[in-house]
Ligand binder design. Structure first.
Ligand SMILES: [Fe+2]
Length: 319
């Protein structure tokens, strides 16, 4: 019942048909009437495909059996309901919004005496950010603890891929934001002064924060990167140029009270920006539409007026 109540609350939050969500939430564990030891046989007898992981850990096949009972005993023919029941434990690739609501409501409210350890993080992300943020927070937790689970169902692996869950490697910002929401944090990043043979420096007209202003290429660090690797990757992503890591010389660090940022999406952070300089680069300038409106080399004595203040401060250090 708690799963149903939360599922309905979430459905109302996102304007989803409450009847569909309620039916799926009420029937999701209907297979509980079949003992665990008989589930695989029941599935085989009724033409439900059994995966190796389900054979090894029959508890997990209860989601498919619940779907079977909903369809054949309760005469449910709505695919949205049946699909949500079928993946309520593992989720799957490209889930519908009903799948997501029933899945996350089940994870938060299945009948237990204690709140699960991930409860607060997931609930906050879910109610303060978005449905996907809540699911990502939960999946990040499972991914981090994946070695402690009896099996990882292939559909869950598909869901990891679908939501880009791989906390050790990619998209540190999404990972950390899935846990802290928009709250104020400290983030580090690298920026680079790239000089051509005429001594001009490369500036990027920004398309994201401080839109329209000119700044140095660079961005925030991912997990496991060195500061120099951070610089090389960001320059490549934003300009198409490959800079030589060993050629980077240290220019300075900008940090402290004046480095506080609040983005349009509400994310707040203090930036710790490390600036390097190089004149060793190769490749052709290529504008990444998502990040830049324009890329141009400027003479040091003719910098654009609309320039990010801290970046001008760095450039003045090399003059
Ligand atoms: Fe279940």
């Amino acid at each position: 019942m708690r799963t149903r109540d939360l599922a309905i609350k979430l459905a109302k939050m996102w304007g989803i048909d409450c009847d569909i969500v309620e039916t799926a939430a009420l029937l999701h564990d209907i297979s509980g009437i079949i003992p665990n030891s008989e589930r695989v046989i029941f599935a085989l007898d009724n033409g439900i495909p059994v995966l190796v992981e389900e054979d090894n850990f029959p508890l997990i096949i209860h989601q498919k059996i619940s779907k079977y009972i909903a369809e054949n005993v309760f005469q449910i023919d709505n695919e949205l309901i049946l699909n949500a029941i079928e993946c309520h434990t593992t989720l799957k690739d490209n889930p519908s919004i009903i799948d997501k609501i029933v899945f996350i409501a089940d994870k938060l409210e299945w009948d237990r005496d204690q709140k699960p350890v991930y409860y607060d993080n997931v609930y906050t992300a879910l109610t303060k950010i978005s449905l996907d943020a809540g699911i990502e927070a939960y999946l990040n937790f499972v991914y981090k603890h994946r070695n402690e689970y009896a099996v990882i169902h292939p559909w869950l692996n598909d869901a990891f891929d679908y939501f880009n869950i791989n906390y050790e490697e990619k998209d540190y910002i999404s990972y950390i934001r899935s846990m802290v929401g928009h709250r104020n944090i400290i983030l580090t990043g690298a920026i680079v002064i790239i000089q051509n043979s005429d001594g001009q420096i490369l500036l990027q007209q920004r398309n994201t924060s401080a839109k329209g202003k000119w700044g140095l290429p660079g961005g925030l660090m991912e997990m496991g990167e060195s500061m120099e690797e951070n610089a090389v990757r960001e320059v490549y992503e934003e300009t198409g140029l490959t800079i030589d890591k060993d050629s980077l010389t240290f220019v300075g660090i900008n940090s402290g009270k004046t480095s506080h940022l609040k983005l349009e999406n509400g994310d707040e952070f203090y930036a710790v920006a490390v600036c390097y300089r190089t004149d060793k680069y190769r490749g052709k300038l290529k504008i990444n539409d998502h990040e830049s409106m324009d890329l141009q080399f400027f003479c040091l004595d003719n910098l654009p007026d609309a320039m990010v203040g801290s970046h001008r401060w760095f450039v003045e250090k090399i003059v």
